[in-house]
Design a protein around this ligand. Structure first.
Ligand code: ADP
Ligand code: MG
Length: 238
């Protein structure tokens, strides 16, 4: 677990500014949802936290340590994407252990961590199967398993459920929340779906055009939207 502090974070792509000074303090173990319309900068912000995108200006700290210049691989972070491409020729167990293998972790340790993650995610019966023999929900769990085996201090999710049908999406929301309640890993979860934000977040960060419009609990935001944009966006059907 680790707290995350963003202080006056800015980002430009070339000469085009897209993040205009974002301040957010995320507590240890918190489940934060970044929500806002497409193109408002959610992925950019998440990728800066992950170290996959440089920070143009401002300070980012994770677990009390300034990480602006720390390479992604040293940040103790695991990221789950929307397109969770699994390796089709590898089994579930091999998919989950792959990143550890790349890091030179001993086979025995990989086996132990994969078993433990499989247990948490109810994937034990499927460890020897190949992804094509899994349901959409099971594949999504394998994608989470790949992240869990690394024992990260922070979980980052970028629209992980967008490719799933509506029913499965609702089920997976509950699974991800349950996982968070069990592991208490600090989580930043990006979505453009306000219902997902309202049902999953400890606190919501509402973004618009590269700025933060409001930060608060789902109830705060629902009861007291700070701007007409927030009121309109949160009130809109998904
Ligand atoms: P969101 O995830 O909220 O949809 P993004 O963070 O992907 O938004 O994008 C924010 C803005 O930055 C958009 O205007 C997008 O076109 C622009 N952008 C994102 N990635 C790049 C890039 N690699 N190069 C140039 N512009 C980018
Ligand atoms: Mg995005």
């Amino acid at each position: 677990m680790a707290s995350i502090a963003l202080h006056n974070i800015r980002k430009s792509y070339g000469s085009l500014p897209v993040i205009h000074g974002v301040d957010v303090d995320i507590e240890d173990g918190e489940f934060i949802v970044l929500v806002g319309p497409s193109g408002c900068g959610k992925s950019t912000l998440l990728r800066m936290i992950a170290g996959l995108e440089t920070i143009s200006d401002g300070q980012l700290s994770i677990g009390g340590r300034m990480v602006n210049d720390l390479p992604s691989k040293d940040r103790d972070i695991a990221m789950v994407f929307q397109s969770y491409a699994l390796y089709p020729h590898l089994t579930v167990a091999e998919n989950m252990g792959f990143s550890l293998k790349l890091r030179g972790t001993a086979q025995e340790e990989i086996g132990r961590r994969v078993q433990s993650a499989a247990k948490i995610l109810a994937l034990e019966p499927y460890l020897d199967r190949h992804p094509r023999h899994l349901s959409g929900g099971q594949r999504q769990r394998v994608a989470m398993g790949r992240a869990i085996v690394r024992d990260p201090k922070v979980f980052l999710f970028d629209e992980p459920l967008s490719n799933l049908d509506a029913k499965l999406r609702v089920a997976m929301r509950a699974e991800i929340k349950e996982l968070h309640q069990r592991l208490k890993i600090t989580t930043v979860y990006v979505t453009h779906d306000q219902t997902e934000a309202m049902t999953m977040a400890d606190r919501i960060v509402v973004m618009r055009d590269g700025i933060v419009e409001q930060i608060g609990t789902p109830l705060d935001i629902y009861d007291r939207p700070a701007t007409t944009f927030v009121a309109g966006f949160i009130g809109m059907p998904a």
